[in-house]
Design a protein around this ligand. Structure first.
Ligand SMILES: NC(=O)c1ccc[n+]([C@@H]2O[C@H](COP(=O)([O-])OP(=O)(O)OC[C@H]3O[C@@H](n4cnc5c(N)ncnc54)[C@H](OP(=O)(O)O)[C@@H]3O)[C@@H](O)[C@H]2O)c1
Length: 272
């Protein structure tokens, strides 16, 4: 069975490919970073609106999991048109094409569609209130996908793990600073439910096999602050947790939509 992964060079994409390549014939799409990957790679910039349709026609995948996004919050603020293109228009286009070709489709969204004001776990029934261009375009992307293709699965995630450039995830931020003896701060009042990206990848495949459709929150079972997360990383790798200073976002002068944070406290854990 062939699994097509647009965005295979990203934090989720590369781990998804690695987790699935023993079971699936993985074909990744990316823009040229990946050389000598142990799976097939198509080098393609997907801002070319016709490209994805052509790839679907030539590859004829059995499944598609879209990991492409403009996921850097500052880039989205600086370039809202590109954010719209990658986070709304492209997912809509893939969703439409997958529906027409009867290919099961998974699209990845984010817990950042919420504003983080709720004191309890968010559920799929809660009303989103996105605060940044990134979050707004991701939310609109969800609706675009599910409107075009109600059979699609949209997973709101939050994950950490090892990325290709070693700088993509919050875990890497803490790990890199701690191993270089650099001190840093961690917010005590920004909560999230992180999941190891390898677990996210395996869970997405389970959901695909169960033929789930619609909107799901796919996050870790435990809520914790960014500070606590940093401390856990320090402990795991026997590094100095005292290098991490607890800090409140409310006293930092930053609003919760600030690019360094995913501001929400997600989410219910799907029972699979
Ligand atoms: N990281 C998190 O904790 C987190 C949290 C919540 C939700 N998410 C969501 O999870 C998904 C994956 O995120 P991630 O962290 O893996 O993102 P990422 O590391 O930034 O990867 C994004 C991927 O999209 C590709 N891409 C961007 N523009 C492209 C274009 N014009 N043509 C072709 N490919 C393009 C990138 O390719 P290049 O390598 O060439 O740039 C990369 O492969 C996204 O939908 C994101 O919104 C992530």
């Amino acid at each position: 069975m062939k699994l097509l992964i647009p965005g295979v060079s990203g934090l989720l994409g590369i781990n998804l490919a690695q987790e699935t390549m023993s079971e699936y014939e993985v074909v990744g799409i990316e823009r040229g970073k990946l050389q000598n990957a142990p799976f097939d790679v198509i080098h393609q910039d997907l801002s070319d609106a016709l490209a994805i349709e052509k790839i679907l026609d030539s590859q004829k995948p059995n499944y598609v999991i879209n990991c492409v996004a403009l996921a850097n919050l500052e880039d989205c603020e600086d370039n809202p048109d590109l954010a719209k293109q990658m986070n709304i228009d492209l997912p809509r286009q893939i969703a439409r094409a997958c529906k027409a070709k009867n290919i099961p489709f998974v699209h990845i969204s984010t817990d950042a569609v919420f504003d983080g004001e709720k004191d309890e776990f968010y559920t799929e029934e809660d009303k989103p209130n996105p605060l940044s261009v990134y979050a707004k375009t991701k939310l609109d992307g969800e609706w675009a996908v599910l409107t075009e293709n109600p059979e699609a699965l949209v997973a709101r995630v939050n994950f950490y793990g090892w990325s290709l450039n070693g700088k993509r995830s919050l875990a890497e931020f803490f790990y890199n600073n701690l191993t270089n003896n650099k001190s840093m701060s961690g917010f005590t009042d920004v909560l999230f439910c992180p999941m190891l990206v390898n677990d996210t990848a395996r869970l997405l495949i389970k959901m695909l096999k169960k033929e789930l459709k619609g909107l799901y929150h796919v996050v870790g079972p435990q809520a914790m602050s960014k500070y606590q997360f940093g401390v856990e990383i320090a402990r795991k790798f026997h590094l100095k947790e005292s290098e991490i200073t607890p800090k409140s976002v409310s006293f930092s002068g930053l609003s919760p939509s600030v690019p360094t944070t995913y501001p929400s406290l997600p989410a219910s854990y799907p029972q699979i």
